[in-house]
Write a new protein. Sequence first.
Length: 247
Amino acid sequence: MTQQESAVRIERLNKWYRDQHILKDIDLEVVKGERVVICGPSGSGKSTLIRCINGLETAQSGSLSVEGRPIVSPRDVRAVRLSVGMVFQQFNLFPHLTVLENLILAPQTVRKVPRAEAVELAMDYLQKVKLADFCGRYPAQLSGGQQQRVAIARALCMQPSIMLFDEPTSALDPEMIGEVLETMTHLANSGMTMLCVTHEMGFARRIASRVLFMDDGRIVEESEPGEFFDRPRTDRLKRFLSQVSLS
C-alpha cells in the first residue's frame, strides 16, 4: 500500500480524558474509495476515533495523516476540514436558515464560492437526497430523517473526498432510518471514501468493504463483512453480534 493510495493513516494513536484512556494504540489505514464501518458497544471509543480524524478531538500521542498530510497543527486541521465532511448524530442545522441557506453558507464563507455557483451545487445535492422541493423550508418544518438528509447534502456541498458519519441514524425514529441509510448507500456506491460509526449491522453488511469492532478503546477485530458477521474470531465479537440485530 502506497502513501498515494492512503486516505487516512493512523499509527499508535492514544487519547485520554483526564484519567480515562479512551483510545489505546490505534493503528488503522483506510485507502481511497474504501467504506469502513466501525461498530462496538457504547463507550468503546468509536466516535472519539473519527472525531480525531477531522480535528474535533486531539490525541495525546501517536500520528494521524489524511490524504498524506500529517495532522500536527491548527493549520493542518483547517486544511483537513476542507476535504473531510462529517455528519453527526444530531443534525446541527441552523434553525433560522432555510434548507438552501444552510447548504450554501459554508461553500460561500469558507471556500469563497460565488453565490450562484453555491446555489447550483446545493440544488444538485438536494436533488440527489430527494429534497429539492424542500429548499425553501426551515429545519423545523422537516422530519428527522429529512433533516439528516439535508445535513448529508450540506456536508457534500463542501465537496469532500472523505465522509465521516457518527451514528447518523441514532437520533431518528425507526421509520425514518431507512431513508437516511438509502442516501448513504447511494453515496457509498458512488465511490466516496467513508468511515461510519453505526449500530445498523444490516447496512454494514451491505455497503462496507471492511468492518471494525472496537471495545475498551482498541480495535479488537476487523475483516470484510462476510467473514466479520459469519465467522467472527474473538469471543468478544461473537458476544456483541449475539446481542444486536443483523437485519
